[in-house]
Design a protein around this ligand. Structure first.
Ligand code: ZN
Ligand code: ZN
Length: 260
């Protein structure tokens, strides 16, 4: 955060599990997996691990967490990929039957960069299943729908299953082709925003990130535009839960409001 002191911070890496009445289970990202340690054990990838050390105990492993909910990996029908940073896709290989939903722009950006340039952008190509392209559908190929007035300044979205249940909204800046997912058919509409901001304080107080973070961003300018839009959405619509992937406070608020 701009204006804050320098210190290391703890960042949980959350994923979303959506139970769609017709389509079955859909994951929003996969978070980390042990594979991240294996893929970052050598030079130059080891820099990734030094910069963002991962701690993942057995029960935090996504497969274990799904098991606790009585969901098997085979039951995951789709994985929506917000963007291709390693902390969001490390678990893709654990779901050999799932289809992937991602942005073509994000995938192209991920694929075209070589080992070193890709690493600078937070990409680890070996995390991708070899048959990824045959199992993937691009967000941009789904139908565009207008969003209702109360989602202003966001105006349109891609209707993933053409039933209005899951809407992908472009959130550029942090990573090329990043998309968030709006889930409206819950008591409170939920907007999973990936890394469009790292914390809820960022859009509540419109806190800008430190300029150094621009080094890893796809576009610092677009990041700030997206941040402004999320701040405006938050001001206009207190009924929507906006959840960044690494924000513990958002997770606690969500849990509190959705506990049964
Ligand atoms: Zn990211
Ligand atoms: Zn992330």
């Amino acid at each position: 955060m701009r204006g804050h002191s320098w210190r290391s911070a703890e960042f949980p890496a959350f994923v979303g599990l959506i139970n769609h009445p017709e389509q079955g289970y859909v994951l929003f990202d996969t978070g980390y997996a042990k594979r991240f340690s294996e893929e970052t054990s050598r030079f130059p990838e080891i820099f990734y691990r030094w910069l963002t050390p991962m701690h993942l105990c057995q029960k935090e492993n996504l497969i274990e967490q799904l098991k606790a909910l009585n969901v098997t990996p085979q039951e995951i029908r789709y994985i929506f990929i917000s963007h291709f940073h390693a902390d969001h896709i490390s678990g893709l290989l654990d779901f050999p039957q799932a289809e992937f939903i991602c942005s073509q722009k994000a995938f192209n950006n991920f694929s075209k960069l070589g080992r070193f340039k890709g690493l600078m952008k937070g990409y680890l190509p070996k995390l991708l299943p070899t048959d990824f392209e045959t199992r993937c559908q691009f967000i941009e190929e789904t139908k565009i729908v207008p969003l209702e007035q109360h989602y202003y300044p966001f105006l349109q979205a891609y209707d993933i299953f053409s039933d209005g249940s899951l809407k992908a909204i472009s959130l550029p800046g942090h990573a090329a082709g990043q998309y968030g997912l709006l889930i409206e058919q819950t008591t409170t509409p939920t907007f999973l925003i990936g890394d469009a901001t790292w914390t809820r304080d960022a859009f509540i107080k419109n806190c800008k990130p430190n300029v150094l973070t621009h080094l890893i961003m796809d576009s610092g300018k677009q990041y700030l535009t997206t941040l402004d839009k999320l701040s405006e959405l938050y001001r206009n619509n207190k009924n929507i839960q906006i959840i960044p992937s690494h924000c513990l406070k958002s997770f606690l608020v969500f849990n509190n409001e959705n506990s049964v």
